[in-house]
Design a binder for this molecule. Structure first.
Ligand code: SF4
Length: 350
């Protein structure tokens, strides 16, 4: 397992050093549209987003940061490419972190100006390298692989270090799962900065979640990753739910209601699928360590779901509800849903 990274404070949210893995997302709104951006951030926070990033493309976006910050509770990161002036304006308007690549915001004087501003405001910087931003020299030297990606990121990190900046978070994203895993694994061996993990350009919902789960799951299970973003070409709220589910699946988030359900087969003669889906929706935002089982048949169900807090298994005519392996109720299948939902509500309100 990877050793601890150093701790970086992003507007009061701690990244690294064994702190819990924080979930990030990025607004899809025009940042200067303060109402739309705040509305989206509040939805994202409600879904479990810990840190939000916005793009700063011009002066109006940078200026909007102050008004947005007044109306949100989670830390805000300004994402800037190419123009150092927008980085400075974003910092002066109160962003909690900037994402820049020093190599693409101008020459030494510009980098120094941003670095001085970062230090004066005591905020961290994320160096965000990805396969599309690797400098030509590294591509020529190593090819398009984890070595060029990591060297590119560390090159940018060294520029910041030379300016006396210590609070740095790094990402090395690729759209390939294997390259993402290889790059972060290599990077984690080369430095102890907190790592922002993610797959870039992961695609639309279905494939993006599969790619992100594969890559981020592999990394998180090895102890790599201090903050994560799941990229999905869709409503960013889906990114937050996906990130949260990845953390739950790898066992890093335990305070939730785990709904386990069998896939059903020819032995299932009632609507266990519908009930499992309904319960999953009902409990998705509840923070309570509970395990609920919905099993398709009474033959195998109770045995397979023995360790759950409450479970149901059905047949054509009746369902049984069990707790800790003991049957507590036997009811006609037609009334099963209502009776089981009542039992779950009791546990949730306990
Ligand atoms: S629990 Fe019963 S219905 Fe579900 S998959 Fe197993 S045998 Fe089939």
């Amino acid at each position: 397992m990877k050793g601890k990274t150093r701790v970086v404070n992003v507007g009061g949210v701690m990244l690294g050093g064994g702190n819990s893995v924080k979930i990030q997302s990025m607004c899809t709104t025009k940042t200067a549209d303060v109402n739309a951006t705040v509305e989206q951030i509040n939805r994202l926070e409600g879904a479990g987003c810990d840190i939000i990033r916005v793009s700063v493309l011009d002066e109006s976006d940078a200026k909007a940061i102050m008004s947005i910050k007044d109306r949100i509770k989670i830390p805000l990161v300004a994402d800037i490419h190419f123009d150092y002036k927008f980085a400075i304006a974003s910092i002066e308007n109160g962003c909690d972190k900037v994402r820049i690549n020093p190599g693409n915001i101008g020459g030494e004087a510009q980098i120094k100006a941003v670095a001085d501003c970062v230090k004066a405001h005591h905020i961290p910087v994320r160096v965000g390298a990805n396969t599309g931003s690797v400098e030509k020299e590294y591509l020529a030297k190593y090819g398009k692989n984890e070595y060029s990606l990591v060297e590119s990121a560390l090159h940018n990190v060294r520029i910041l270090e030379r300016e006396g900046i210590e609070d740095i978070v790094i990402s090395v994203k690729a759209s390939s799962v294997s390259l993402t895993v290889a790059a972060y694994t290599l990077l984690s061996e080369r430095c102890d900065y907190p790592l922002h993990i993610g797959v870039t350009e992961a695609g639309t919902e279905e494939m993006a979640i599969v790619k992100s789960s594969a890559a981020l799951g592999a990394l998180l299970l090895r102890g790599i990753g201090d903050t994560m973003r799941v990229s999905i070409t869709d409503d960013p709220v889906k990114e937050v739910y996906a990130a949260r589910n990845i953390l739950r699946a790898v066992g890093l988030e335990k305070n939730y209601v785990d709904v386990i359900s069998c896939p059903t087969c020819g032995r299932c003669m009632w609507n266990s699928m519908g009930l499992a889906q309904k319960i999953t929706q009902r409990v998705r935002n509840i923070k309570k360590p509970l395990k609920v089982a919905v099993m398709g048949c009474v033959v195998n169900g109770p045995g397979e779901a023995k360790d759950c807090d409450i479970g149901i298994a059905g047949s054509r005519d009746y369902c049984i509800i069990f707790r800790g392996g003991e049957i507590i109720k036997k009811i006609p299948s037609a009334n099963a849903e209502e009776a089981f939902m009542q039992e779950i509500e009791k546990l949730l309100n306990d």
